[in-house]
Write a protein that binds this ligand. Sequence first.
Ligand code: AMP
Ligand code: TRP
Length: 323
Amino acid sequence: MLRYITGLQPSGALHIGNYFGAVRPAVELQDRGEAFYFIANYHALTSTQHGPTLREYTHNLALDLLACGLDPAKACFFRQSDIPAVPELAWILSTITPMGLLERAHSYKDKIARGLPASHGLFAYPVLMAADILLYRADVVPVGKDQKQHLEITRDLAIKFNETFGDVLQLPEPYIRDEVATVPGLDGQKMSKSYGNTLEVFGTEKALRKKVMSIVTDSTPVEAPKEPAGSTIFQLYQLFAPADEVNLMERQFREGGVGYGEFKKRLFETFWETFRPLRERRARLQADPGYVESVLADGAARARIVAEETMRKVRAAVGLADP
Ligand code: AMP
Ligand code: TRP
């Protein structure tokens, strides 16, 4: 049975780009192998530096993922910072990490270019991620395209460690989800928190309706035929509407006679109904105050056992403990 590991950063409200791009694929994988899913709060600390906010984002992401179908009976679900071996292995790996390897990392260069201060944590981010992956001896790491280079760095570090200290760490295979289409945002660009064009999975009805009604369109009049292919409304509708409804909207686009406002209303209604069961599940979980913490504590206890097994070998190999 294959072991999967992936981390999600708690960086604010979950949007439907995250849902279709990362969360739903992860939920599907929990039935196909041994899944380890964690909330990457150490990583988030490189960008969210306000205690109450990070705590809130972490708790909310745990609730969101459970509401979206992450099943703690199938997947081991935990918080990164509950595993003390993570920073321990990250330090050990950092002693064999060539500076040049990190200097070439795009994600570091991109973040600096976007104005984040150049901290050591941001620079060492890929080493921390390598520790996350190597600790649990994962076979496969499902990630978005933007994480491809981090996986290459992880493999480079595992190879270097094994050459230096003996064959201890298992090389993971990346599983890049590039078959998942990019979800467009309200303005037609990629949906992303940094563009302010998101539709939240668990937003309020009023705010979400307003957002859907604000989707940018061209100025084709009601009666004129419209092209569905490039339309954000149609692309979003295709994500959740049943096939016959999608066909109907497509035909009405091409025939003309229905305005964008009407299509947006239909999009909103379908979106709202699609996520209703998830919303209801989230409300039920939230009503049980100790639930999330007990799930995360249980997941951490299981993850620590696996991590400790790796660490015993690592400490012995590098000379921090007796073999
Ligand atoms: P982020 O917090 O933006 O790094 O997103 C976390 C993960 O969600 C990414 O690695 C992607 O797999 C996925 N994701 C984010 N935005 C989108 C989008 N607009 N379309 C598809 N997937 C997305
Ligand atoms: N860096 C990843 C992201 O931003 C999150 C992450 C942290 C991760 N550690 C990981 C993903 C380990 C996969 C495996 O999306």
